[in-house]
Design a protein around this ligand. Sequence first.
Ligand SMILES: [Zn+2]
Ligand SMILES: [Zn+2]
Length: 282
Amino acid sequence: LFRFSVLASGSSGNALYVETDRLRMLVDAGISGRELDRRLRNVAGIQLKDIDVLLLTHEHSDHVRGLRQVLKHAHPRVFATEGTWAQVPREGDGPEPEWVSIRAGQRFEIGDLTVQAIPVSHDAEEPVMFRLEHSDGTFAVLTDLGYFSDAARHALLGCRCAVVETNHDIEMLRAGRYPWSLKRRILGDKGHLSNEDAAYGLAEVFTQRLEGPVDVYLAHLSEENNLPELAELTVKSVLMDARRDLLDAVRLRLTSRTEPTPLTALTDGEESGNIVQLRRAP
Ligand SMILES: [Zn+2]
Ligand SMILES: [Zn+2]
């Protein structure tokens, strides 16, 4: 069994829940502990205290905002690079959390998962992305990356499902009200993937090799500089241009800041080819 829900995704906060026969795991904890607990109860019928593994990608607050609460209520093994762990806020009264030091490029086992930590270009201390391999299929989380690197392309190969950053629309960002220094950071090699970056990266990977249906969750959208419809449309049109039948196999799904995606098994949905449209936030 491998089931997951994108609990929250966007520049304001990111968390992913994964459960297998042996693990109840979070990848990042970038929303409050209270919200994590509420969403876990609603979507998976469990509580925050039931989490036994936490993977951290990097120390930015939209990925660790709820960390203190997670460590207070649950007692997970935390997998993070040395650089990330040195930067995260975690002081509290409780016992020192169980930290497992990982490195970019490393493969390691957690329960019934093989995890690969993938190096990433992003303006954090020692950030990584993750590829999770399970007997039911392979799942990749590719967010907070400055450009679509070879490592990112590699991580996508053979995936049944991937969470991929479509952070901003370049024109919206350029025309928007962010200060120039911030715009330059986001657009730079250590910033975030635009809709176009993600689209061309995905097209390149999937025109080269596609072994079966793939669900791609468009993730980490900027509230200020993107729209879900625009991200979807951009990726869709680039994929269609690359190969007309690509969208028969690559299913695009949206994520949201406010609403978790339904708990989904990796083996689900092999037939359905429709875009899942989440309810817009009020
Ligand atoms: Zn982020
Ligand atoms: Zn970041």
